[in-house]
Design a binder for this molecule. Structure first.
Ligand SMILES: Cc1cc2nc3c(=O)[nH]c(=O)nc-3n(C[C@H](O)[C@H](O)[C@H](O)COP(=O)(O)OP(=O)(O)OC[C@H]3O[C@@H](n4cnc5c(N)ncnc54)[C@H](O)[C@@H]3O)c2cc1C
Length: 388
């Protein structure tokens, strides 16, 4: 291991690996540090992504795809279902393979990846960030660099060490519990969402099939609405499936807040969940992490060539990200605040209204339209979201 790299990236999730790949492509020397012993494991994710978004970022490999998805079934509190068929294909991934391959792509471009490499602090000289301290397989190292990219996920500490406010208010953290359930008999091409204050207050339950009678079954809840743990809610829901076993059990959280206002400083950038770039309405953060990582890596690499690591130069990352995704995230946040306040009775009324429509009219946009009649304050945000 060298004692200097142009760019150090902390965390080899989708955001960090994309940043490493694109920084290395610009010719910078790049080190990617991952504290776990294997990139992509353990998986703390329901693994859902849309084909359309993913294909703009990488060439999709069949080995990443556990299951192709063509339909979404929404369950109301009173047990009615609205099924949306879409021409927008989605995937449930094998994230352990997917994350691993993204890291491999970074390495193929010349980045150096170290696993069991826990970044423990920042080196600062005269208040300026100059590098990191590292625990690698029990040994400690001081490594200097010009730019650090914090891609250390939802529990991010690196941003805080850099003096950036990264705290998420409790009300904006979705705490999640999930099992990989089997044997489970659901149509393999449909994902399921259950909305109900009783089942998942301030969030929703998902079933994402992985084929072969396996599915990710999980939920996210908001601390704003309940003090019970997500596992208690999940156990309650799983009584519907008395014969399933849990192949894996996961507890995790997603920052469903506004994106961080400040994600760059001199020689410093934050990407992915660490920057609160997950969609606050759905909790999905894989694609946004990849988008942010790609932009940040490319700009960091260019800044090294230009010998300009200033906040002003690096802020091209935040400007570009906000134009593509960040401004949408703000609208999603406002929509979430209204949607998760719907009572079960209101959700039932929406489901009943949608089911009165002919099947071909039962679309996502029509569900939104009916919801809008109930909460007219949503109108502007939804219009802007679908038109910008
Ligand atoms: C239960 C659950 C279900 C989800 N389902 C979906 C879904 O279906 N679709 C979707 O798009 N998103 C989903 N998400 C969100 C998604 O998992 C994240 O948004 C995504 O992983 C963010 O990528 P990232 O690279 O920013 O962070 P991560 O994938 O969390 O990667 C961060 C990496 O940094 C490493 N790290 C942390 N600290 C250090 C350190 N000090 N030194 C070295 N390494 C460090 C960690 O070990 C980790 O590997 C889900 C999340 C949860 C919890």
């Amino acid at each position: 291991m060298n004692d200097y790299y142009d760019i150090i990236i902390v965390g080899a999730g989708p955001a960090g690996s994309m940043a490493a790949q694109y920084a290395a492509r610009e010719g910078a020397s790049v080190a990617l540090f991952e504290r776990d012993r294997r990139v992509g494991s353990p998986v703390r994710c329901a693994e859902g992504v849309s084909h359309k978004s993913l294909e703009t970022l990488v060439e999709i490999k069949s080995s990443w795809i556990a299951q192709e998805i063509t339909g979404a079934v929404f369950h109301s509190p009173h047990g009615k279902t609205v099924k949306i068929n879409t021409d927008q294909i989605g995937y449930v991934l094998h994230r352990e393979i997917f994350d691993h391959d993204l890291a491999q792509m970074a390495v193929a471009q010349g980045a150096h990846l170290y696993t069991r490499a826990n970044v423990t602090g920042l080196i600062k000289e005269n208040g300026k960030i100059k590098g990191i301290t590292l625990d690698h397989r029990g040994e400690t190292f001081d490594i200097k660099c010009k730019i650090i990219i914090a891609a250390d996920g939802v529990e991010s500490r690196v941003g805080r060490w850099a003096g950036i406010k990264t705290r998420t208010a409790m009300k904006d953290i979705e705490t999640c519990a999930q099992i990989t359930a089997s044997p489970i008999d659901v149509a393999p091409t449909d994902i399921h969402f259950y909305f109900s204050r009783d089942l998942a207050p301030g969030g929703y339950i998902w079933i994402f099939p992985k084929g072969n009678r396996v599915a990710n079954v999980g939920l996210g809840i908001s601390g704003e609405y309940t003090e019970k743990s997500p596992m208690e809610y999940l156990d309650q829901f799983l009584t519907k499936f008395p014969n399933v076993s849990a192949l894996t059990t996961t507890i995790g959280s997603v920052p469903c807040s506004l994106p961080l206002e400040k994600v760059v400083a001199d020689g410093f950038m934050i990407v992915g969940d660490a920057a609160h770039h997950a969609n606050p309405m759905t909790g999905g953060g894989i694609i946004n992490g990849m988008i942010g990582g790609k932009i940040a890596g490319e700009i960091a690499g260019k800044s090294i060539k230009e010998n300009d690591r200033s906040e002003r130069r690096l802020s091209e990352y935040s400007k570009t990200f906000n134009k593509i995704e960040g401004n949408k995230l703000k609208k999603f946040y406002r929509i979430k605040k209204v949607i998760y306040k719907f009572s079960d009775q209101e959700l039932n009324q929406i489901a009943d209204r949608v089911l009165e429509m002919p099947p071909e009219k039962q679309t996502l946009i029509n569900i939104f339209r009916i919801a809008l009649v109930k909460k007219p304050t949503l109108v502007l945000d939804v219009i802007k979201l679908f038109t910008t």
